[in-house]
Design a protein around this ligand. Structure first.
Ligand SMILES: Cc1cc2nc3c(=O)[nH]c(=O)nc-3n(C[C@H](O)[C@H](O)[C@H](O)COP(=O)(O)OP(=O)(O)OC[C@H]3O[C@@H](n4cnc5c(N)ncnc54)[C@H](O)[C@@H]3O)c2cc1C
Length: 306
């Protein structure tokens, strides 16, 4: 990301793209991340709908203005210095979904857990794993979010994206290149607009019961009292990042306002007013110790904006 403030203003954006949505200057990103960490974005933009988003993206690209896409902010560590350029929040403006027999088409700004609950009420099974996953449908596709043996790749049939210069594209599940906590949309500049799911009919009470079975242990094992961003590291093949960090003696380790959770060692919590530096130092410490003791490199699951 270009660190210098680009020459762009709310007024210019409205003039060049006919933008309808909300534009805020110097918006603190901590208000929009589950970690409650992150400094200001020069411009924080909330498109009103898909077309608004597309016209905005075209215009920012023409003007050479750097931008980042924010979903629910639940997998992000944002620097205290914030972000130079534009942050686009894909959320409230793209929040429609429609059921069609056993399929479901959702815009990318819909809360993933809300979608899972609506499918359950409708008697459609397949999204039970998503009930406790924060964030949006778009973020879940990008990250191939999953839990308890299920992940979004198992139920996606089509993803619609937009990328300036390439236009709107539909991707089949195979094209999406889903991998463990990753997809082709991670870092390729394609913005997820819409996702189609194939679900199977079931009885609502049974679907809800399965959901509760997945949710219940999470309430015991996740440090839900404190702001966090879920798992910091991906699990290395055949092992668990949390087990390795705990075995390295780092459970409960604290730097400034950040702490490696005593409940779950692969989660860092913001105990009070943790800075992004505090969290980054804990990340570096965990990676160093685990490498020294087990010769294993821990790769980040969380994304860092700095
Ligand atoms: C308490 C807690 C529990 C969690 N549990 C789980 C879990 O069980 N399983 C799991 O997989 N994850 C879990 N997570 C992590 C996180 O919720 C998921 O990764 C989630 O899918 C991220 O979605 P988001 O909308 O918040 O994405 P963000 O954090 O906003 O963004 C993540 C990435 O996706 C990109 N992005 C977001 N929306 C779009 C879009 N429309 N188009 C293109 N790019 C986009 C962003 O630019 C960024 O690169 C947890 C997090 C928390 C805080």
């Amino acid at each position: 990301m270009n660190r210098s403030t680009p020459n762009i203003s709310a007024e210019k954006i409205r003039r060049t793209s006919g933008f309808q949505g909300g534009i805020r200057e110097k918006e603190e990103l901590r208000k929009h991340t589950s970690f409650r960490i992150g400094g200001p974005a020069d411009l924080f933009i909330i498109p009103e709908n898909g077309n608004d988003l597309i016209e905005l993206l075209k215009s920012l690209t023409e003007e050479n203005v750097p931008y980042l896409i924010l979903g629910g902010g639940s997998n992000l560590l944002v620097s205290d210095r914030g972000v130079r350029g534009v942050v686009i929040q894909v959320g409230p403006g793209l929040s429609d979904f429609k059921f069609r027999r056993d399929s479901l088409v959702s815009e990318s700004g819909v809360r993933f857990s809300r979608l899972a609950r609506s499918a359950a009420e409708r008697g459609l099974s397949g999204l039970e794993f998503a009930a406790g996953i924060p964030g949006t449908v778009g973020g879940a596709v990008v990250m191939n979010a999953g839990c308890g043996g299920g992940d979004i790749s198992q139920v996606v049939t089509r993803v619609r994206t937009f990328k300036p210069g390439s236009g709107i594209k539909d991707w089949t599940k195979k094209d999406c290149q889903f991998k463990y906590r990753s997809s082709r949309f991670r870092g390729t500049g394609e913005i997820v607009l819409e996702v189609e799911f194939k679900l199977s009919p079931g009885s609502p009470p049974e679907i809800k019961e399965r959901m509760e079975k997945i949710l219940a242990p999470r309430k015991q094992t996740l440090p839900l009292k404190y702001p966090n961003a879920g798992s910091i590291f991906k699990n290395p093949p055949g092992d668990y990042a949390g087990r390795l960090i705990e075995a390295a003696g780092l459970k409960g380790e604290r730097i400034g306002g950040a702490q490696i959770s005593k409940k779950h060692a692969n989660i860092i919590i913001n105990r009070s007013t943790a800075s992004s530096k505090d969290v980054e130092q804990l990340i570096t410490l965990a990676q160093k110790k685990v490498r020294e003791i087990f010769s294993i490199n821990l790769d980040l699951e969380v994304e860092i904006w700095k």
